[in-house]
Structures are given as C-alpha cells and as structure tokens.
Ligand binder design. Structure first.
Ligand code: ARG
Length: 256
C-alpha cells in the first residue's frame, strides 16, 4: 500500500515542469545524510496519512490547522485523510485526528509547482505539549547560506516498501531564489517567485517528505515541494517559500 502511495507522489512530482530524462524524482532516492530524531526536537512535524498510510509531512500552525503542500492534496477527499501528531513514529503513538477540510492555494499549478501550499483543518484541536507545538511563519526569507533543517518520514532505502517508521532530519543551507535559478545550478527559470531552495553536499529531503517543514531561525521558511532526484549537487531541494505565501496561509487558516 505504501508503495502505491509513494508511486502516486512520485507521479505527482514527475508531472512537474519538463524533467530531463534520467532525472525523474527517484523512487529509490533516500534522505541522504539523514539522522534519526525524536518528535520533541521537531514538535510541529505531523504525518499526513491517506487511508491510514503515511503520504506526506506537514506542520502544526494552530491547534486545529496544519500547513502542507498542495501537491499532497490532489485528487483526495478529506474523509480519506488523517493526521498523526506528537509521535516520533508515523505508525504509532501520539494522537490521530481526522481531517475536516482542506484548502489548496488557488494559484497552485501542478505543472510548474508554483504556490505549492495548502492548509488542513482538523476535526478537533491538538492539545499542545512538549511533543506538539505550533510553529510560526517566516515573514522574510533567510539569506543565502542560512542554516536550516528539514524533517520527515520520507523513504530511506532503494526498493523500500515502507517508510522509515522513525522521524529523520537533515541540516541544509538556504539557497536563495536568485542563486537557485542562477547558473550555479541547473533549474534555470523553473524556480519561480513562490519557491526557495535548500541544499548541502549529500543531504536533502526526498520522496515522502513533501509537505513537511523547512525550518530556520525557529520559524517555518519552506514546505517540501519538489526536486530532481535527491541530493544531486546540480539540483537543490525546492520548497514553497513561506515568507511569500504567508498572507495566503493566514487568510486560508481562517476560512478553511
Ligand atoms: N515531491 C516529493 C514528494 O512528494 C518531494 C521531493 C523533494 N525532493 C528533493 N530533492 N528535496 O515527496
């Protein structure tokens, strides 16, 4: 079943702007350089689940509001979704709440991945604790080279039929939009105004981490969105730029 979910997410990613042959997001990509961690270090992290299986990450924004990626919420109804919060493990512990509704950014474009952000309203409110905490939204993007971390339950090993059950994280550095679109890397004009990048040698987010948090300076600066392969030095991880999308998130959280 998880394989199916991963395949769907790879297909979703693969529908992104014209991907060179051989550079399709890799099913066998791993969170290279990842380290197992515990939820107390990333208490805003949640597992967004379809039919009971981990499909994407997300972040606690309010007790009943989750921020995730719009590409995680295509062709699905709220009734098929649940959120596990407050657990190091996607498949046990913490608390599971049903999804009451979600709202994708109206400007989300599946082909270009512009505006790849969404909010979810939970069926109840999360009780905040040392393992469940809301995270604030960045009001300005960190500069090029700023330290950041990204976490998630994305696939670890080639051919894996299940996610790692334990939460992983990697430390990366912000790559500004201008630098990410420059000749230093190979994306060119595919990096649009609602995107920001992050990279580090041998480290990256990967399939199954989508929707999850890129955090710098204690605030949410990015939402895992797309990339060519994982940890390819020519292709940084690409994230929805939260500072740019902040007003939309605040409004959507009130209306979802
Ligand atoms: N689109 C992928 C997903 O749905 C996330 C890809 C992130 N890739 C990267 N190189 N950082 O899980």
């Amino acid at each position: 079943m998880f394989k199916f979910v991963i395949l769907l997410s790879v297909v979703a990613c693969a529908f992104g702007a014209a991907i060179p042959e051989g550079l399709l997001p890799q099913l066998d990509g791993r969170i290279v350089g990842g380290v197992a961690t515990t939820i107390g270090s990333f208490p805003w992290q949640i597992s967004l689940q379809r039919n009971g299986y981990h499909s994407c990450g997300g972040s606690v924004f309010r007790a009943n509001i989750i921020v995730t990626a719009a590409h995680c919420l295509q062709n699905v109804s709220p009734s098929a979704l649940q959120v596990r919060a407050g657990s190091t493990y996607w498949n046990s512990g913490g608390v599971v709440l049903k999804v009451a509704n979600f709202r994708n950014h109206e400007g989300y474009n599946g082909a270009t991945k512009a505006n790849d952000i969404a909010v979810i309203r939970l069926s109840g409110s999360l009780a905040m604790s040392s393992n469940i905490k809301a995270i604030g939204l960045a009001s300005s993007a960190p500069g090029n080279g700023a330290a950041a971390s990204v976490s998630g339950w994305g696939a670890l090993y080639s051919g894996s039929t299940s996610t790692p059950t334990q939460l992983q994280y990697v430390s990366v550095k912000i790559v500004s939009r201008a630098t990410c679109a420059s000749g230093t890397y190979s994306y060119g004009n595919q990096i649009s105004s609602t995107m920001i990048c992050a990279a580090a040698p041998g480290k990256d987010s990967c399939q199954g981490d989508s929707g999850g948090p890129l955090v710098s300076g204690g605030v949410l600066v990015g939402v895992v969105s797309w990339g060519y392969g994982c940890a390819d030095s020519r292709y940084p991880g690409v994230y929805a730029d939260v500072a740019v999308l902040r007003n939309w998130v605040n409004n959507a959280a009130n209306s979802v």
